[in-house]
Design a protein around this ligand. Sequence first.
Ligand code: DHB
Ligand code: FE
Length: 281
Amino acid sequence: MATIVGCVTTSHVPAIGGAIARGLQHEPYWQPFFDGFPPIREWLGRARPDAAVVFYNDHGLNFFLDKMPTFAVGAAPQYRNADEGWGIPTLPAFPGDPELSWRLIEHLVESDFDITSCQEMLVDHAFTMPMKLLWPDAGSSWPLPTVPVCINTVQHPLPSARRCVELGRAVGEAVRRWPADRRVLLIGSGGLSHQLDGRRAGFINKEFDQRFMQSLVDDPAWAAKYSIRELVELTGTQGVELLMWMAARAALGDGAELLHANYHIPISNTAAGTMAFAPAA
Ligand code: DHB
Ligand code: FE
């Protein structure tokens, strides 16, 4: 049976791509953010994942407001990145894992999730930034195939946090029931508190972010008690991307060992957090 080796959650910001392209990782502005990753990369070297399920939110590259699935799962042999207009380098295509994709899709539909399966899918910075941060030396080929799991945080109504936790749990079940000798990493990309537009542009809520990060250690469904409206009030219109952290962490199972955590304000407009967990011993 397949094994889940762990879960990494991180904020994503397009400007990370620019900082990497310009080699600014050790500049005072960027270093506190990039410092969150070497311990996680060391652990990944030991954990040896050979596939990654990436929970992320598309920002208008693959899905636009005219067609917006609540949950979408990639089932493509590869996922291309494309220019979103941020001026950051486009990254090489990511290999897919259609066998794992269809495992997830079949189990999710059997579990009453109405998902959109995508045999063609572009992936945006929310998918590419964590991959580049975890495998900075990947060059033109990535070391492992991926399955994108996309959750709508762009066009309201959004799925509730409770539903995203349930989705994550079902993804975890699907992976654990996969009769393949494979080692799967879970990635959750989004958040933490930030708001890019409107009267509260620049909003950050450190107190909530830190309470939320702690909850992922010992009570991973804690934030599911909040409605989407409450989460937007607490974390900002884009802070609600923390749904990706909840789904990815839920897929790992209830208990988990915290391997590493980092939190830094701000990176661009975002409170940038990074965490890594191993399954409970
Ligand atoms: C920023 C944050 C995001 O989550 C995003 O998708 C785009 C930009 C930012 O802080 O600049
Ligand atoms: Fe975002």
